[in-house]
Design a protein around this ligand. Sequence first.
Ligand code: GLA
Length: 451
Amino acid sequence: MWTRYLVLLFLFVSYFHCHNNGLARTPPMGWNSWNQFYCDINEDLIKGTIDTVVSTGLKDAGYIHVNIDDCWEEMKRNEKGELVPHQVRFSHGIKSLADYAHSRGVKLGIYSDVGLATCQGRPGSYDHYEIDAKTFADWGIDYLKLDFCNLAPGQEAEPWKYYSQMSKALNATGRPIVYSICNWGYRDPFFWAPSISNLWRTTGDIENNYESVVKILDLQRRIADFSGPGAWNDPDMLEVGVGWSTLEEQDSKYSSPLKPGNSLIPNKGTNGRLSPEESKTHFSLWCMLAAPLILGNDIRHMPKWVYDIITNKEAIAINQDVLGIQAKIVAEKLAGNFNSTNACTSARCTHTEVWARPLDNGAVAVLLFNRGGDNVSEQDPHFSMENIEVTFAEIEKPFEGKIKMQGKGYRIHDVWKHADVGFTSDVVGANVAPHAMNMFVLTKICTENCR
Ligand code: GLA
């Protein structure tokens, strides 16, 4: 009898010992080189970014990880089978960068691939999980993103097998390393990744346009319950400010190399960069989703409006709420005719969504979103200002008891106006322009029957 209990206890303890590294109790925050720079990276960029994270207060706002993405490696391992940093671009090695980051109170992240080669053809970690984990730990790495390109036979069918080998290898190093699985949502990682990692991508790559943001948003609707402290759904890194730079006027080639079709001109077709309003929407939605907030822009040269968005303390507080409950869609309105690519084919269309999530202390965050046209600029004549309203009953419904609002009074605080804007005991509403949103925190008004 007792032996049975002991065996069960052993399995329980070893399971959690193996996989739960205790990190990322709130969604990770930081920066990654890919969305703006692709392969055009070097140690000066990383150092400059570390400096900027500190000097601009981004670190104090929570952005503590600076993560190097693909292309940091030489094309071949050394004779000991170890990964080697690019000899010219990272001539002082990754350890010296990690030391530099740590001296400034910042954490350094790195990238590899679960398969034979990275997406850009550098050596992958397949068959080398232990040696690579050891290399990363020896260098002082704090965060690993593991991609899903160039797989070896068998890996595609059972990705969890290989991702868990790296998980064990990381844990075996004894160094706390945030583990980010990047297999694009393939084979439903939300079922198997929570027990072996801290975050897992739920979709393919985000692109620098509005259509991509809303497409990714749609894919987060049914998976909210899989995310939580220590293990997060990752709808991919932020595009806020990507392609926007204070250097732009001096250097028209500033953002190169761009992906084909990625225009630098605001609101030009579907591949234009996000406008300021769309950027605010993207950021707010990611805060509601309890998504990792990994910046993708060149923070060394960002316009003020970009800085203001990414440092909105009240929005970040929603993202970092200790309950870690991902927002759900609680109301939605579609009117007019849409074709298969979601373009409006009647004279007028409406497409609005309301997202909500419970916060600590009985507060509730609500986002009223006028989605408008998915794949055109904010000026699409088919869509206009909408009055969006949601009732307490609608907000409560999908949360099955986690939110209890009916019969109580709430103060409405506007997260972007930084001001209280009213009181309510039944409905929240606002007039919202296409591609824009209003984000509110509702706080219970404490009377004697507050509880
Ligand atoms: C994949 C990932 C991206 C990025 C690139 C690098 O596409 O999903 O986030 O890391 O690889 O090559």
